[in-house]
Design a protein around this ligand. Structure first.
Ligand code: ADP
Ligand code: ZN
Length: 729
C-alpha cells in the first residue's frame, strides 16, 4: 500500500512537472502537508521550495492560498504554473475591480487550484469574506522570515497573517523560508502559533561556492582584475546605491565588459530589458542593487561580487546563493571596509529605536564575519544554526590562506570562567570588560570587580578578546541564549573543556583598519584568492626566472619571490617605475633583473590586448613607516643592531623582522659591519653556501637543515639578510 502511494506521488510529480525524482526533503514535506500537519520548511534558495506547496495544491481538493510578499514575482510564478497546465491566479493591488470580480467567481466555481495573495490584500475585510466562501485546502506562507523583526526583511503586515487566516477555519499551514537564524525560526513559529509544526531543515551548505572577503581598497582595479580572470562568465555585482550601480556598470563597459545596470530607479522597460539581456546572455554582468535577483533562476551565474558591504548575513547569503545554482563554480567575493559599516549605520538613523537596534545587531554580525579568521562556511552555517564538521572546507579564503594560529587554550578557559562567574547572564562587551578589568558602570553595579577572573586578561586589547569570544562561540564552547538577547551561555562542550582542558588553536582577526596607512603590510595580509592573478603570465615569468637563475647560478627565489611574480601577473607592469612598485621589488632589483621580465610582460600584454597597470589606477608609492626609515638610516651609519633596537624600542627579534621586511621589499642593506663582529668568515661561508644551494629561503627549512644545524636562528637570519641584499637587491 505504502509503496503504491509513494509511486502515485511520484507519478503526479512526473505528470505535472516532468521531474522524475524529488529533491532533498521535498517528498517528506509534501506528505506531511497532505497528512494535514503544520509544516515549517527551511531550505536554501534554489533547493525547490515552491514545489512543496505547488504539488499538494494539485493533489488536494479545493484551493491553496500562497501568501507571498513579492508582487512583482507573483505574475512570473503564476505564468510558470499556467505553463504547466495548472490553474493558478494571483490577487494583489495590480488587479482592476472587474478582474477581481471575475477571479472571485472562478475561485468559487472550484476551478482555481492555487491563489497567490499579497499580505496587504489579505488584510482586507472583503478578501477574507470572499475566502470564507471558498474551499481552502491549506495556506502556504512563502518568505516566512518576513514575519520576524529579528530577521533582515521584516514586513509588519506579515505579523497579522495568523489572525487573518484564523478566520478561514481549520486547515494546515506550511511556512517556507530560505533564511532563518535559530532566533528567527522560533519567532516565526510563535507568531504563526505553530510551535508544534514539523520542521524540515535542509543543510545550508553550498559546497560549490567559494567565499572570499577582500579589503575595499583600490576596489575598481581589483574588480577589473577579477572580471578579467572571469571574462565571458555570467555574474552579478551588488552595490548599495543606484548611483554606484550606474557608475560601476559604466566603468565596466568602458573597460570592455558587457554589463548592464539594474535598480528600482530605472524605467521599468529598461529594467526588464536589462534583466532579460542578462538571462539571455546578451550581457555577462549585471550591476544591481539588492532589488535584483529575487526569483531569478539563472543556473550558471559564476560569480557574485558585493562591491559594498551588505546589510546582513541573511541578505549576503541569499545574494551569494544566486551563484552556482547548477552545482558548478560560484565565486562569492565581498569588498569590505569599516567605512561602509558606518554608512549603513547612518541609513538607520531615522528608524524606530527597536528597528534600529535590530539593524545594528545584523550589521555587527556582518562585521564579525568579515574580520574573522574562521572558515567562512563554518561561520555562515553557524549563523543559520548548523554545525560544519570539517576542519578545513578548502573553499574559502580563510581555509585556502589560513591565518597564523596560536595556542588559545588559556584564553578560552578564561573566557569560559568569566561566563560562569557572571552566571551566564551577560553579552560579549561586558565579558570583555570583566576580563580586561575595565571598571565601567555595569561592572560596578554588579560588583564584578570582585570576581576571580576580573582583569586577568588585561594584557590583550578589547578586539583581541572579542575575537576570542567569537571563536569560542563558533566552535560551540559558548552559545547564544535565545531567551535573553545577547547573553552567552556555556555549552556541554564548553563544560567538558573546562573540566578537562585540551589544546585549542585560535587565530587573529583580519585587520582592516590599517589598510590605508600600511600599504605594504595590508597587501601582504589581504586574502588573495588562489586565482586572482594571471596564471598564464605567472607561468611565463616563473620559467624566465628559472632560466635566469640557471644562467646566473643563483637560486630562483633570489631573483624574484613568488608573491612578486603573482603581483606582476596582476598589475602587468611594463616600465621600470611600475615594476619597482611591486611588493618585494625595489629599483635596485629592477635594474639588476628587471629587463627581461619587462620584455616578457610587454609582449604578453600586447599579444593579449591587456590593459596595464598604468591604465588602471597606479598604486601609490610605498609608504615607509618612520621606524623603517630610522632603521635604514642607522644601518647606513653602521650602528650596532642592539643599539638600533634600543632606540627604536624593538626587541632584537622584532628588529630583525623589520630589517627582513625592508630587505624583502627591495631595499639593499649592508649589515657586514655588524655580521663581521658576530660571525667569523668561515661560519659566514657555511650559511652562505646553504642559501646558495637551497630551494627556498624559508627560515624553517634552514633551521631544519643538517648542514647548518650548529647555527642559531639569529645567525641564520642575519646571513639570510646579507645574502638577499647582495644577490637579490
Ligand atoms: P526556491 O524557491 O527554493 O529558491 P524553486 O522552487 O524556485 O527554489 O526551485 C528551484 C529550481 O529547481 C526550479 O527551477 C525548479 O523547477 C527546480 N526543481 C524543484 N524541484 C525539483 C525536482 N524535484 N527535480 C528537478 N528540479 C526541481
Ligand atoms: Zn573554509
Amino acid at each position: 500500500m505504502l509503496v503504491e502511494e509513494k509511486d502515485a506521488l511520484k507519478e503526479r510529480l512526473k505528470e505535472i512537472f516532468g521531474y522524475s525524482q524529488f529533491r532533498g526533503n521535498q517528498e517528506r514535506i509534501i506528505r506531511n502537508l497532505l497528512d494535514g500537519r503544520n509544516t515549517f520548511v527551511i531550505m536554501p534558495t534554489g533547493a525547490g521550495k515552491s514545489l512543496c506547496y505547488q504539488l499538494p495544491a494539485m493533489i488536494n481538493d479545493g484551493l491553496a492560498i500562497v501568501i507571498s510578499p513579492l508582487i512583482a514575482l507573483m505574475k512570473n510564478q503564476v505564468d510558470q504554473m499556467n505553463a504547466y497546465g495548472v490553474n493558478a491566479r494571483f490577487l494583489n493591488s495590480t488587479l482592476s475591480k472587474g478582474e477581481i470580480t471575475r477571479l472571485k467567481k472562478e475561485c468559487m466555481n472550484g476551478n482555481v487550484k492555487l491563489l497567490y495573495v499579497a499580505p496587504e490584500s489579505l488584510n482586507k475585510e472583503e478578501t477574507i469574506e470572499f475566502l470564507k466562501k471558498v474551499n481552502v485546502s491549506f495556506v502556504a506562507i512563502d518568505e516566512a522570515h518576513c514575519i520576524s523583526e529579528w530577521g533582515h526583511d521584516f514586513r509588519p503586515e506579515y505579523r497579522r497573517i495568523k489572525s487573518m487566516i484564523h478566520n478561514l477555519g481549520e486547515m494546515p499551514v506550511i511556512a517556507l523560508t530560505a533564511t532563518a537564524t535559530p532566533k528567527v525560526q522560533i519567532d516565526i513559529q510563535k507568531n504563526l502559533q505553530m510551535e508544534e509544526a514539523d520542521v524540515f531543515m535542509s543543510s545550508f551548505n553550498r559546497k560549490n561556492l567559494y567565499y572570499e572577503v577582500r579589503p575595499k581598497k583600490e576596489t575598481k582595479k581589483q574588480l577589473i582584475k577579477f572580471l578579467k580572470d572571469n571574462k565571458g562568465k555570467s555574474g552579478i555585482i551588488y552595490c548599495l546605491s543606484r548611483k554606484k550601480v550606474e557608475e560601476i556598470a559604466q566603468l565596466l563597459n568602458v573597460n570592455g565588459f558587457k554589463a548592464a545596470p539594474y535598480h528600482a530607479g530605472l524605467d521599468p522597460d529598461v529594467r526588464m530589458k536589462n534583466q532579460d539581456d542578462f538571462l539571455n546572455e546578451e550581457v555577462d554582468i549585471i550591476c544591481a542593487t539588492i532589488a535584483f535577483g529575487m526569483g531569478i533562476d539563472k543556473p550558471d551565474v559564476r560569480f557574485v561580487v558585493h562591491y559594498d558591504v551588505p546589510k546582513s548575513l541573511e541578505g549576503y547569503y541569499q545574494e551569494t546563493g544566486r551563484s552556482g545554482r547548477d552545482g558548478l563554480e560560484g565565486h562569492c567575493l565581498m569588498f569590505y571596509s569599516h567605512n561602509d559599516l558606518s554608512k549603513l549605520e547612518k541609513f538607520n538613523k531615522d528608524k524606530p529605536v527597536q528597528e534600529r537596534e535590530n539593524a545594528r545587531i545584523l550589521l555587527q554580525e556582518m562585521e564579525y564575519y568579515a574580520e574573522s579568521p574562521v572558515c567562512r562556511r563554518r561561520q555562515l552555517l553557524h549563523y543559520f544554526g548548523e554545525e560544519f564538521k570539517e576542519e578545513n572546507c578548502g573553499m574559502c579564503d580563510n581555509c585556502v590562506h589560513p591565518r597564523e594560529r596560536f595556542d588559545g587554550t588559556d584564553y578560552v578557559q578564561l573566557v569560559l570562567r568569566s561566563v560562569k562567574q557572571t552566571n551566564e547572564r551577560f553579552g560579549l562587551n561586558h565579558l570583555v570588560h570583566v576580563i580586561r578589568g575595565v571598571e565601567d558602570e555595569y561592572v560596578k553595579s554588579y560588583g564584578h570587580f570582585d570576581l576571580e577572573v576580573y582583569g586577568k586578561g588585561g594584557d590583550e586589547d578589547a578586539d583581541f578578546w572579542k575575537s576570542v569570544i567569537r571563536q569560542t562561540l563558533i566552535f560551540q564552547y559558548l552559545e547564544k541564549d535565545i531567551d535573553n538577547i545577547g547573553a552567552l551561555k556555556i555549552t556541554q562542550k564548553g563544560e567538558e573543556f573546562l573540566k578537562n582542558p585540551y589544546a585549542i588553536e585560535l587565530a587573529r582577526d583580519h585587520d582592516f583598519t590599517t589598510e590605508i596607512e600600511e600599504e605594504e603590510e595590508s597587501a601582504e595580509k589581504a586574502p588573495v584568492s588562489a586565482k586572482s592573478y594571471d596564471v598564464k603570465l605567472f607561468e611565463l615569468l616563473k620559467n624566465l626566472r628559472k632560466k635566469i637563475a640557471k644562467e646566473k647560478n643563483l637560486p630562483p627565489y633570489v631573483i624574484f619571490q613568488d608573491p612578486s611574480l603573482e603581483e606582476m601577473a596582476t598589475t602587468y607592469p611594463t616600465t621600470k617605475e611600475e615594476m619597482a612598485q611591486v611588493n618585494g621589488v625595489g629599483m635596485g632589483k629592477v635594474n639588476k633583473f628587471g629587463k627581461e621580465f619587462l620584455e616578457v610582460i610587454e609582449k604578453y600584454v600586447e599579444d593579449n590586448d591587456i590593459e596595464t597597470a598604468s591604465e588602471v589606477v597606479v598604486k601609490s608609492s610605498v609608504n615607509k613607516s618612520k621606524t623603517k626609515i630610522s632603521i635604514i638610516q642607522q644601518i647606513d651609519r653602521k650602528i650596532d643592531l642592539e643599539e638600533i633596537a634600543e632606540s627604536t624600542r624593538l626587541t632584537f627579534e622584532d628588529l630583525l623582522t623589520e630589517i627582513e621586511n625592508i630587505c624583502y621589499s627591495g631595499t639593499k642593506l649592508n649589515l657586514n659591519y655588524y655580521i663581521d663582529q658576530v660571525l667569523d668568515a668561515h661560519k659566514q661561508d657555511d650559511i652562505h653556501d646553504y642559501f646558495m644551494s637551497a630551494e627556498t629561503d624559508s627560515l624553517e627549512h634552514a633551521l631544519n637543515d643538517d648542514s647548518i644545524a650548529d647555527y642559531s636562528e639569529e645567525e641564520i637570519r642575519l646571513m639570510r639578510i646579507k645574502f638577499m641584499s647582495e644577490y637579490a637587491n
